[in-house]
Design a protein around this ligand. Structure first.
Ligand code: 5GP
Length: 215
């Protein structure tokens, strides 16, 4: 009866490093049919990260070439000289296919996407407190003290700009936060501006059928 628009939802999940957005996205992908974009970065792989799965790990020269060729949907120089970005082609292909697409990216890139796709759903994952965030960042043990401080400083800037997003979800417990994100996405799918056509049929025909049944 209702024909929905063919394009999938473009979902952006951001939040400070250590807020737990990666865990929430993983949980989301287990239960929902969403395609997650693989970002490109010039940072070194961490232990256990796989090229082409965690990220496409590339050189700065290669990354800049992709920018020059207009092959990036967005990009940002996130931490001192490190580039992160979303390759454009795959995202557009999946969206046009009617699939929902997830980007787990930071704020600067998120705003670039929002400008190009105003219908993108921007969700900000917030830590329960800045003290808790600092504890989580230190507890990871994957970064030097200087890098933890850099991430914490960026976190402060990002949290202050949360109003640029459509939704904010506090990650107190992963399960609660994931359920909230799922609820947001379900609601977004029901928006009337996602309807392309309403087909109710011919009123006379429907009434006529009812009258025949009554006889
Ligand atoms: P990490 O180095 O911890 O993997 O990621 C650092 C930050 O870069 C995170 O906030 C993450 O969301 C962000 N990030 C990852 N991929 C992209 C991307 O493609 N574009 C942008 N703008 N940020 C990204």
């Amino acid at each position: 009866m209702i024909k929905k628009k063919k394009d999938g939802l473009l979902i952006i999940v951001s939040g400070p490093s250590g807020a737990g957005k990666g865990t929430i996205c993983k949980e989301l992908l287990k239960d929902m049919d969403i395609w997650e974009s693989v970002s490109m970065t010039t940072r070194q792989p961490r232990e256990g990260e796989i090229d082409g799965v965690s990220y496409f790990f590339v050189t700065e020269e290669y990354f800049k070439e992709k920018i020059a060729n207009d092959e990036m949907l967005e990009y940002a120089n996130v931490y001192k000289g490190l580039y992160y970005g979303t390759p454009k082609e795959e995202v557009l292909k999946h969206l046009n296919n009617g699939e929902d697409v997830l980007l787990e990216i930071e704020m600067e890139g998120a705003m670039q996407v929002k400008e190009k796709f105003p219908a993108a759903i921007c969700i900000f994952i917030m830590p329960p407190s800045m003290r808790e965030l600092k504890k989580r960042l230190e507890g990871r043990g994957t970064e030097t003290k200087e890098k933890v401080l850099e991430r914490f400083t960026k976190a402060y800037q990002e949290v202050n700009e949360v109003t640029k997003y459509n939704y904010v979800v506090i990650n107190d417990e992963v399960i609660n936060a994931t359920n909230k994100v799922k609820a947001i996405l379900e609601a977004e799918k029901c928006r009337v501006d996602r309807i392309e056509e309403v087909e109710v049929g011919n009123i006379e025909e429907v009434l006529h059928e009812e009258l025949i049944k009554e006889k």
